[in-house]
Design a binder for this molecule. Structure first.
Ligand code: NDP
Length: 240
């Protein structure tokens, strides 16, 4: 049976690696993105994965987007809530708009997408939801009150939805990556990045494929007894 997976932000960085991994595992994948059409078109052409454009922070757009995916690809069995952004600043410099946008995208997006797929998963008695958190949601990070709050919220959302989904065959887990070599981290100044890497016991940034390997296992049938958990993949940067 071919499972259908939606990966939000599935056209770049960690999301791209997750989309490709799920495709390799035999799933029919729909990858979403927000605005970078050129990148998404190149990704679709190269991989044969269908791409869909909408903003995960927009509740109605998520409901409509999932309807389109279901028409074109099929009922959604697997959801990976990966889309995320940073808009950093210490509290005194952080504008309300930066707070709102990051919370609505990173945390609101997970709610919006779960809401769009949960009923169908319940009716079909199968679902896998994996929410991408962050080491900075677990440990906090200077200059990232918006991002850390949103990511920390994802861990609470995951545990609550895991309890709601368990008896319907829906598992909900989180993966908390450490710093990985993607566009998001390329935006960090090189001296700051060097300091960050010096604090990672493994001694390097993570690779998107290493995050995808963890996520993809949680999307399998075999992972049916794992729910409400967080898998940290961070090179030993934060252990608890
Ligand atoms: P990238 O910036 O490389 O890619 C982000 C992807 O998300 C793109 O496909 C982008 O679409 C999409 N996206 C952004 N905003 C929206 C939105 N509002 N609606 C729909 N899609 C959106 O990110 P990473 O791969 O680095 O990060 C992926 C996830 O992993 C994020 O949740 C991030 O917080 C988390 N993470 C990343 C870490 C890292 O070191 N990179 C560490 C810990 C967690 P488009 O191409 O159109 O812009």
């Amino acid at each position: 049976m071919t499972r259908v997976a939606v990966v939000t932000g599935g056209t770049r960085g960690i999301g791209q690696a997750i989309s490709c991994k799920l495709q390799q595992m035999g799933m029919a994948v729909a990858a979403t993105y927000n605005g970078n059409d050129a990148n998404a078109d190149e990704f679709a052409e190269r991989t044969g994965i269908k791409v869909f454009r909408w903003d995960v922070a927009d509740h109605e757009a998520c409901l409509e987007g999932v309807r389109k995916v279901e028409e074109q690809v099929g009922p959604v069995d697997v959801l990976v809530n990966n889309a995320g952004i940073t808009q950093d600043g210490t509290l005194l410099k952080l504008a309300y708009e930066q707070w709102r946008r990051v919370i609505e995208t990173n945390l609101g997006g997970c709610f919006n997408m779960a809401k769009a797929v949960f009923e169908g998963m319940k009716q079909r008695s199968f679902g896998r939801i994996v929410n991408i958190g962050s080491v900075n949601g677990q440990a906090g990070q200077y200059g990232q009150s918006n991002y850390a709050a949103a990511k920390s919220g994802i861990h609470g959302l995951t545990k609550a939805l895991a309890q709601e989904g368990a008896r319907f065959g829906i598992t909900v887990n989180a993966v908390a990556p450490g710093y990985c070599d993607t566009d998001m981290v390329a935006a960090v100044p090189s001296d700051v990045l060097a300091k960050i890497v010096s604090r990672i016991p493994v001694g390097r940034l993570g690779r998107a494929e290493e995050i995808a390997d963890g996520v993809s296992f949680l999307c399998t049938e075999r992972a049916g007894f794992i729910t409400g958990s967080t898998l940290s993949i961070n090179g030993g940067q934060h252990m608890y």
